[in-house]
Ligand binder design. Sequence first.
Ligand SMILES: [Zn+2]
Length: 381
Amino acid sequence: MNKLIKNANLLDGNTLQDIYVENNIIKKIAANIDINQCDVFDAQGKIVISGVINAHAHIDKSLIIGRKPYQDEAPPVRAGWVRELKETFTKEDIKERAREVIRMSRQNGVIGIRTNVDVDPLVGLKGIEAVLELKAEVRDMMDIHVTAFSQEGFNRFPETKELLEEALRMGADSVGGHTSMDADRKKEHIDTIFALGKAFDVDIDFHADETGRPDDHMLPYLIEKTINEGYQGRVNAIHCCSLPVISEEEASKDIEGIKKAGINVIVCPTAIATRRLTEVKKLLLAGVNVSLGTDNIQDQFNPLGNGNVFEVAQLLTYVQRFYSDDEQADIFQMLIQNGKGLVDVKRFSIQEGNKAQFTLLGCNNPSDIFRSPQIIEKRFF
Ligand SMILES: [Zn+2]
């Protein structure tokens, strides 16, 4: 049955619009469409979006908390447990868990997930194979951007470099590293990831200064490298937890450099459980593109979560006091707009000729979105 959605607030500054859908394709968007013999739904001026973006996750190792109950040990100890669990993964197992994360995410209005997938001798290329297959399987409803990721570093597993090359040959969308993983060889780690990115002409993700320790402060080198390699606009820095712990002068210099290098910053608010979050307000004020990710979901790093990005957005809203209407509008942009360059979701835009896929929020104004993380009223299609 064809559908007519009346009185949708599409946040485009226009009056309320009607959306007419035939065979799941948007046929017409206009005020006061009058068509008989179709299902009519009145949105009553509430906000309708195509969906939200999860700019950072690890769907290959999500939902494993049931295999080893969480114990509150130091991060390196918990990382060791994940390494043990990773060795037991099969491709089907990874696929099954990642598919469940995709299902939960879709229920929460997500249309794009940028996921880092572990590549190392423990798990080999099983994660890449599984997630690339899922990417193709769900293409009609969601984009899964696959970053081949050196979670464990090259000191521990030097063979990772060849495996990352193979992952990129297999079709991984980008390559990722971790700026504080290889003690004493942090710059070499960054250089290796850049060399791979350039060799395959793909964008680069870094878990950047994730520990938040001043001795892991590698942002200045990452900025310098990005500019020197001509990779402006192609590098994503996840976490950047060093910014609140270094001096204000150093932080200002970094933020200026991040802007100049066109580095996108991805903040994962659940990190607040173990360290301080990056300086989101200062980054936004400097004009840096900042987006939001769930990061780990139900594993030894974070035993909670279900892929609901509104939930992590609300957490950030609390922790950094984004309480004014304008500030909350900024957070909403982080969810629906700022991550768009990190995933391929143009095909889901609400425009004539595109596939129909909408999320109706239970509010008329963006400032009401973060009153509850359960703001989704209805999903269409
Ligand atoms: Zn992560």
